[in-house]
Design a protein around this ligand. Structure first.
Ligand SMILES: Cc1ncc(COP(=O)(O)O)c(C=O)c1O
Length: 420
């Protein structure tokens, strides 16, 4: 039984056999596999329309420009924004750095930025950079079930808080944060509100709201190619911001000592852009639209629910984040207690040691069974510190996973759980 949401046959990678057997890919939080429709769109662009965009008058260049700009429109329809509010970047990381090097630069000593302790490094390091000039960076905590502490957030919002930047869905805990509510609180405080949507736009219906100033996400996490990302920004804010990179394409005119920049979004797209990436992302969005984002979300909820219930039966496995699938996405970070070592080393002694398998050992054990999960700190070291672990293993789902993948994962993991 496959029971997937997108058709598994659409994804050529799943024809691959390792040691003669199918692969079970459970690392879509890191990057997703690509359907044939996306690969075909990229090949067809190179075979039929390749030229540089926005700079030449011949027909082929027009065609390439049209494909590139159609992709922008497709992205904006997908998230419910205007197309001139969509800036193409390389990925979420670049989108957030763009903000740090533009609006971040206008911050001064004593200003305050509020993020959370469940952020990916991409939404920490660009802001930490500003601490060098005396900007204060503070973190909102979360409870033992992985829910963001809204009381803590309220108490940390103050008049100096110029930026509130939070993840919509944690890439470790899976927690879906109440961004509409947090956005309203940020706006009432006159703070700029930024959303790291790397793990939400690909996995659930996402509609732009008045309180969202900037939203960042990556194409490769939503069936698109690597190297294309998005920064949504409110138009008037993009207009006020200085460009991030300077060079070809992003100018209206240049003299020896002066320049007039293009309007947004082109002002932020210096140099030759990733046209192939934009074309592939647009095809990925078409693919997701055909499935329907409500269906993507409910499919992942179903897989997550079955997995969590199965993990709860494995006495040596601990998973992190909310237990209720309404409050979390399809990413499950977990650890396994190493009971064998405990028994071997401590027999007869009155010492209690809670020893966990190293997450890389868990991932290697599963790899032997062709079950591919991520391990380590997931680019969220402050979060690992808060959990009191050095790392976790992590399984994550997407449209091509089915209940058979869940079974393969749980069966393999139960073998490790049972080692005595
Ligand atoms: C929540 C979150 N934010 C940001 C990123 C960074 O994405 P990228 O590497 O595509 O820039 C990731 C990647 O895993 C993520 O999960």
């Amino acid at each position: 039984m496959t029971n997937t949401c997108g058709k598994k046959e659409d994804f050529p990678i799943f024809k691959k056999k390792v040691n003669g057997k199918d692969i079970v890919y459970l690392d879509s939080t890191a990057t997703t596999q690509k359907p044939k429709q996306v690969l075909d769109a990229i090949i067809s662009y190179y075979e039929g329309a390749n030229a540089n965009v926005h700079r030449s008058v011949y027909k082929l260049a027009d065609e390439a420009t049209e494909l590139y700009e159609n992709s922008r429109t497709n992205v904006s329809d997908f998230i419910g924004s205007k197309s001139n509010e969509v800036v193409f970047t390389r990925n979420t990381t670049e989108s957030l750095n763009l903000l740090s090097f533009t609006i971040g630069e206008s911050l001064k000593k004593g200003d305050h930025i509020l993020i959370t302790s469940m952020e990916h490094h991409s939404n920490i390091l660009p802001w930490m950079r500003l601490e060098e000039k005396g900007v204060k960076l503070d973190y909102v905590g979360f409870d033992e079930k992985g829910h963001l502490d809204i009381g803590d957030l309220k108490s940390k919002l103050k008049k100096e808080t110029k930026i509130v930047s939070i993840t919509h869905q944690s890439n470790v805990l899976g927690t879906i944060n109440p961004i509409e509510e947090i956005g309203k609180m940020a706006k009432e405080n006159d703070s700029i509100f930024i959303i790291d949507a790397a793990q939400s736009v690909p996995h659930m219906p996402f509609r732009m709201r008045e309180q969202y100033d900037f939203v960042a996400f990556s194409g490769h996490k939503m069936l698109g190619p690597m190297g294309i990302g998005v920064l949504y920004g409110k138009y008037h804010l993009l207009e006020e911001m200085s460009p991030f990179n300077r060079g070809g394409e992003m100018i209206r005119n240049v003299d020896f000592h002066s320049v007039i920049f293009e309007d947004p979004p082109i002002k932020f797209e210096a140099g030759t852009p990733n046209v192939e990436g934009a074309v592939g992302l647009s095809a990925a969005i078409d693919y997701l639209k055909t499935i329907g984002m409500e269906n993507v979300r409910s499919h992942e909820k179903n897989l997550t629910s079955v997995t969590l219930r199965s993990l709860e039966d494995l006495k040596n496995v601990t998973y992190y984040g909310p237990t209720d699938v309404e409050e979390r996405g399809g990413v499950i970070a977990f650890n396994v207690r190493d009971v064998s070592n405990l028994k071997k080393n401590l027999e007869g002694r009155n010492v209690i040691v809670d020893h966990l398998y190293h997450s890389h050992d868990i991932a290697t054990f599963l790899d032997d069974k062709n079950v591919y999960v991520r391990s380590g700190h997931h680019c969220a070291e402050p979060l690992m510190r808060t959990l009191g672990v050095s790392g976790t293993a992590r399984a994550s789902f997407y449209v091509y996973n089915g209940i058979d993948d869940v079974q393969a994962f749980v069966n393999s993991l139960s073998e490790l759980n049972d080692v005595q």
